[in-house]
Structure formats: C-alpha cells, structure tokens
Design a protein around this ligand. Structure first.
Ligand SMILES: *Cc1c(COP(=O)(O)O)cnc(C)c1O
Length: 392
C-alpha cells in the first residue's frame, strides 16, 4: 500500500531519542525547552508551549483566552474534530463558517456575512479558529481585520501548516493570530509521535497556557497567593490538565524540525508534479500558485463523477484495491452525529458538503518516490478523454 501520508524517521532521530532515554529527564526536562526554543526560532514567534497533542493545545489556547459557557467559537466545517472540540471542552457553543471551494479554507466573505448577522443578534463569537487546510494558509490578514472590527480572538489551527509561509512570514509567527497550534502526529509534516504546540507573542498568554498544561500549578513565588509554605511548594491557581509533552517526544520533534524546510520543499515539488501531470484531465486540483506557500500536508483532488463516468466512492475503492492508500478530508464536522445531536444538519454549509462529496486525498509525503507517484496517476480510474489529458 502506498500510504497517503507517513513519517520519516532517520538514525539521527533515533539517536536523539535514545540520548534522552539515557538522561535524567524523561519529562519536564531540558529537551522540552530546547524544542520550544527551536519552534520559536523556526517560526519567529515569541513563545512556544509544547503539549501532548494539538487537540490539547487547542483546548488550552481556548481556556487561556477565557472561553467559557455562554461564549461562541466559530471554525471551519472542513477540518478534523479537534478544531471544534476545543470550544465544547470549554462549555462554549460551536458554530461553523463555510469554505471557499477553491482552497478548502474558511471563506472570508462567508465569515464577514455571518459576523454582520451575528452583530445584529448580539451573538458574536469570542474566538474564531481558521484552519489552514492541507497546509495552505488562510487569508489571515483579512480575518485579522475582521477580528479587530468585531472583537474576536484568533487561534490558527495550523496542524497541517508548520513550514507554510504567507507574505514572507512563517505560519506561527503570530502576525495575524493570538495563538497558532501545530500538530506533530505522524501523518503531519514533522512528528514527535504524538504532540502539539501553541505559539504566541503574548507573554501573559504563554505563561497561562504553560500553567494550564500542567494542572494550573505554579512554582513561581511571584505568582502565588500569599507566601509559600516552604521552598517545596507549588500552588494550584486554576483548574488545569496534564497535557505535557515528554522529553522523549520533544527530542524526536526537535530532530525532525531540523529537516522541516527540506520536507516542505520536497512536498511542494511532488505537489507541483501531480499538478503538472494532471492539469489536462479536468480533475479539480489544489491551487498551485506560489503565494501563500503551502506546507503541502495533503494533496486533495475534486472528483467529477460525470467526467470520469464513475462515482467518487467507486474511484476510491478502485484506488484502495490497487494498493493506493487514498483518504478523504474531511467529512464535514457539523454532520458528525455528535454535532447533528446539537442541531446541525445537511445544507447548512453547502460548499464544505460539496467539497467532501468530491474529495480524494492522494498520497503525498516527503519520502514518496516519483515512481510511486506515477503509479498513483496510472491507477486513477479516469475516462478515456481524461486519460488523454495526463502529461508525461
Ligand atoms: C491532526 C489535526 C488536529 C489534531 O492533532 P492531534 O495532534 O492529533 O491532536 C487538529 N486539527 C487538524 C486540522 C488536524 O489535522
């Protein structure tokens, strides 16, 4: 099976991990701090708070921004569950903003329109979570302008987008967001096995997220309420969680981070090669323009059943049967049973629903060979006319 995504582990990665295993610190040690500093250096952000997953980082970011019952969080329906769960974990209401079908990202026009309505009804969101779908940055400058006007905070879900750039800055630099969250799950651009991080330029927000990832406790006497019982004391200042990353994971993450730009460059090359070879087929292909520069986590095509004379489902099954590990990103979150039970239904976000109905994610990862990529293209069940459009 040629998988749609997979990790790449080198001997250097293994050496970095085993060095931590032989050290004094398996967790809460110096490797976490080193990884966090490297994430700041890579993105240009002031602060990084590493956690055990992006799901945790999204939750902590929402909690640190004060999201709670009676508040609203808006995100894209074309995402993984965690972008929306973050709101539910805090007891807030979650709603969605439809996508721009050209990119799969939250539509700025749809967001502007929904905000205008929400202002009239007094139901503005406290937090908006744009998701950089497939690694391509959302129109963050425009979303930031709307944030200033309507007073919401912005958490970028950049689980797909570490290494992506927009207008010269790396995603995570925090130019247009309060917090940016990365994931280091093995299918993502770099991995720490499991892991995530919240990036911010706000030192108070960073301190609060750091506290919340570790039971809401502090050892800093300046933060304590009253004098400590003794030098051994920590104080619990607010309810937090154990969302810590281990030093073992951080060692792997830091080692992988050193190869981030090479990985993104290779993904971009392979994506451009898919686009060049498939441009004449009439398939809907991801935008290939140079700016913003995607991290190319995913290469998602839009299947047209009429052109191909075959349904998306049949095409998917054909590819899987031929050993091509295609996937579908994403079943719209609002149509999951959990969200239907909260009143969401078909037809509410038609662009995301249509995108889902046609999406097929082709294999794309840093170690995919051109021969494997050629095999994917060869096995695509195209009509005779479409096949004639495949370039050499
Ligand atoms: C993978 C992913 C997450 C969750 O990441 P974990 O590290 O697995 O918790 C969140 N949002 C998006 C868009 C993702 O793809």
């Amino acid at each position: 099976m040629i998988p749609y995504g997979r990790q790449h582990i080198t001997e250097d990665d293994i050496a970095a991990v085993t060095a931590v295993l032989r050290s004094d610190w398996l967790t809460q040690g110096p490797t976490i701090e080193r990884f966090e500093a490297a994430l700041c250096a890579q993105t240009g952000a002031g602060h990084a708070v590493a956690m055990n997953s992006a799901t945790s980082a999204l939750h902590v970011a929402c909690a640190a921004l004060g999201l709670g019952p009676g508040d609203r969080l808006w995100t894209s329906p074309n995402t993984f569950l965690a972008s929306a769960y973050a709101g539910l974990y805090c007891g807030a209401d979650v709603d969605f903003v439809d996508i721009d079908p050209a990119t799969g990202n939250m539509s700025v026009a749809a967001l502007a329109e929904k905000l205008e309505q929400a202002e009239r009804t007094g139901l503005l969101p406290k937090i908006v979570v744009p998701v950089h779908f497939a690694g391509r940055p959302c129109a963050m400058a425009a979303i930031h302008v709307l944030g200033q006007r309507y007073g919401f905070r912005i958490i970028e879900d950049a689980a797909h987008a570490i290494g992506a750039r927009d207008d010269g800055a790396f995603v995570g630099s925090g130019r247009h967001a309060d917090v940016t969250v990365f994931s280091f799950h093995p299918v993502k651009v770099i991995t720490s096995a499991e892991g995530g991080a919240a990036m911010t330029n706000d030192p108070a927000l960073a301190a609060r997220m750091r506290r919340l990832r570790s039971h809401g406790t502090t050892r800093d006497h300046a933060e304590m309420t009253g004098p400590p019982d003794g030098p051994w004391t920590y104080q619990a200042l607010e309810l937090g969680w154990n969302y810590r990353m281990t030093d073992v994971q951080a060692a792997l993450g830091a080692s992988q981070l050193g190869r981030l730009e090479a990985y993104v460059a290779r993904r971009a090359e392979l994506a451009a090669r898919y686009t060049r070879r498939l441009a004449g087929t009439g398939l809907t292909l991801p935008p290939g323009d140079a700016a913003p520069a995607s991290a190319w986590h995913l290469y998602v095509i839009g299947w047209n059943a009429d052109d191909a004379q075959m349904s998306r489902r049949a095409a998917f099954e054909h590819l899987r049967a031929a050993g091509i590990g295609v996937q579908v990103h994403y079943a719209p979150v609002h149509l999951q049973p959990l969200f239907r039970a909260r009143g969401f239904h078909e037809g509410q976000f038609p662009e995301a629903e249509d995108f889902y109905a046609r999406a097929i994610t082709l294999p794309l990862h840093a170690t995919l060979s051109e021969a494997e990529q050629d095999r994917v293209i060869e096995v695509l069940p195209l009509s005779r006319t479409q096949r004639a459009g495949v370039s050499a």
